[in-house]
Write a protein that binds this ligand. Sequence first.
Ligand code: CTP
Ligand code: CA
Length: 231
Amino acid sequence: TRLLVPSGPLTGRHILVTSGPTHEPIDPVRYIANRSSGKQGHAIAAAAARAGAQVTLVSGPVNLPDPIGVEVRHVESARDMLAAVEAALPADAAVFAAAVADWRAASAAGEKMKKDGNAIPPLALAENPDILATVSHLSNRRPRLVVGFAAETENVIAYAQAKRARKGCDWIVANDVSQRSGIPGGVMGGDSNAVHFITAEAVEHWPEASKTEVAERLVARIAATFGPLET
Ligand code: CTP
Ligand code: CA
C-alpha cells in the first residue's frame, strides 16, 4: 500500500541521476576505482524524490543506502552505467554526478593473475565511453536538461566552462577536488561542498554547504527551469 503520494514542484517529471565511482575489472579480484563516495549524487536523487519527481538513480559501488522513494539500478563499470542510463531514458532531466573511471583495463583477465615468473604485468588501458557527452548529443532522446559535474584541481572555472561546451550539456556543477581528497574535510568523501554553478550565460559561486543543501539548491533550479507541469 502506498501511504504517501509525494507531490511537489517536480511531480510528473522523470529525473535520472548517476552517482558514485565505477569499478573497472583487471581480473576477477582486482579493479580500478576512485575516491567518489556517491554522497552528492545520492543527495540529488533523494532531493528530487522529495520534490515529487520520479527518480531513477544509476549508482556505482557505494557504501550508502538506497535513497527513499528512488528506483536504484546498481552497476559496476562505466560500460554497465552507460547501458543502465540508456535503458532508463526518456527523462526530463539527467544529472551526471558519478565519478566515472576514464579508463578501464584494455582486456580484463578471466582468471586471477598470478605472480609466478618474474615479469610484472603491464596494465594496458582503454578509454571508457563518456556517458554525459553521449546523452548530451542524443538527437532523439536527449533530456530537456542535462547537467554534468566537473572535478578539477586547478583552473576550475575555465576548465569547467570548456567541459560544458565540449560535452554539450546545459549546466556544469564544478568543484575543486585538490583539497585533501579522501580524508575528512575533503570534497571526495566529505559531507560538504562549495561549487561553481556554470551555465552558458553565467557563473554562480555557491558557498560551502552540506551536500544535501547543494542538492536541494540544484533541484530547486531544475524545478524553476521546468515550471509547473503543463496539463
Ligand atoms: N563523465 C561521464 N562519463 C565519463 C567521464 C565523465 O559521464 N566516462 C561525466 C561525469 O559524470 C561528470 C562529467 O562527465 O558529470 C565530468 O567528469 P570529469 O571527470 O570532471 O571530466 P572528464 O571529461 O572525464 O575530464 P578529465 O577527467 O580529464 O578532467
Ligand atoms: Ca574524468
